[in-house]
Ligand binder design. Sequence first.
Ligand code: ATP
Ligand code: MG
Length: 452
Amino acid sequence: MHLQAFVIGGFVRDLLLHRDNKQDIDIVVLGSGIDFAHAVAAKLGGDVPVKFFKNFGTAMLNFHGWKIEFVGARKESYRRNSRKPIVENGTLEDDQNRRDFTINAMALDLTEQKYGQLVDPFNGIRDLKDKIIRTPLDADITFSDDPLRMMRAIRFATQLNFTIEQSCFEAIRRNAERISIVSKERVSDEFNLIIQSAMPSKGFKMLDETGILKLIFPEFCELKGAEIIDGKGHKDNFYHTLAVLDNVALVSDNLWLRWAAILHDIAKPLTKKFIQGTGWTFHAHEFKGAKMVPHIFRNLKLPLNEKMKYVEKLVLLHLRPIVLAGDVVTDSAVRRLLFEAGDDIDDLMLLCNADITSKNPDKVKRFMANFIIVRQKLQEIEEKDQLRNWQPPITGEVIMQTFGIPPSKSVGIIKDAITEAILEGAIPNDYEAAYRLMIAEGEKLGFIKRDT
Ligand code: ATP
Ligand code: MG
């Protein structure tokens, strides 16, 4: 087609970093990206479908697991109240100028004579070596034009373990308020990428120092600070939570377990009290915290589905294994925990382990030792009683049929009594024993077994 084309952006960056993140390729064409994509698809053998978006002038095709995107080189200009630019055709240079960071603006020439040549007008390669995030043009304009780039700067710095160049960082601080023109969904997408990095605390600290954190997630900033009364202080829950989050990140990639870590102490500021003679307490912060989860998820446009339920549950139960470990570990307490946590017991134990962050090594040692006992007990009892996803052996149906009663509160009372007795270990976990107890409990309520 006698057109010039270049690979540009993330693919080039990751290639030079030897990062195995190369499933997406962005190609910029000096001409029509859509026409070019169709020509490429034809050359690749005809049965490669091209998806294209006329309004945006972009086209996409999938080839052997590669996602290849084509776009014409463009020049962008912005209005004050929108992050959507006015777009016109441009040169490669225009297209590189509109990129967010020097390390994301490098291009590789695809024309035959110059195949593979690096086009790097902002010395991105030096910034890659020095591990620096900086904007190609004036940082204040770049961030004000599209404030999502502030989140992206922090996201790349966290993911790649880079530093944001000083004046660029200050520009983010100056423009932090502009984040308000970005949709919450886009903010959360970047936030989740920060959370999924190897050491998420790094990103949280940058979000905090730039002033973005209190704009997008004020509840988290409330965790900050350690008060002292009568010479007694408490942990700074902001830094404690970040330590727990990093600990979880070391052992699991599960984004929602990471969210449980972020939120496990979220209600501490609300429940904090100093009691003479006792010291600081955060009574029922796990209950209040679990109740705050839906509100926070809604605000951040996170999914209001079973993922949220999972986070609520872990926040609610996060103290339970620790409480167990601090005490004599009874079978019934372990059984109860298994019943309540169900399949999420392993994640709960990961969270709890990560939560042990005391600076006092003796305290940590003692907890860890007891924690091992809790783990062993959990395993023993799970093998014996199989309480994960457990249902009591007697159903409501059986109770109603046995006594010839309709659905009612009484059915629930009898069922709960059976569940309690099994969890407490008062009766074994089998049908016979549960049946006998059902008869006894029914009689207490004045029901008699029907003849069948
Ligand atoms: P990754 O896909 O690994 O997250 P990436 O650099 O490929 O990283 P994308 O969001 O896929 O990021 O964007 C592709 C390229 O488009 C970037 O490398 C950058 O050059 C450019 N880009 C993306 N978003 C913006 C933006 N908001 N402002 C300016 N340029 C952007
Ligand atoms: Mg990409």
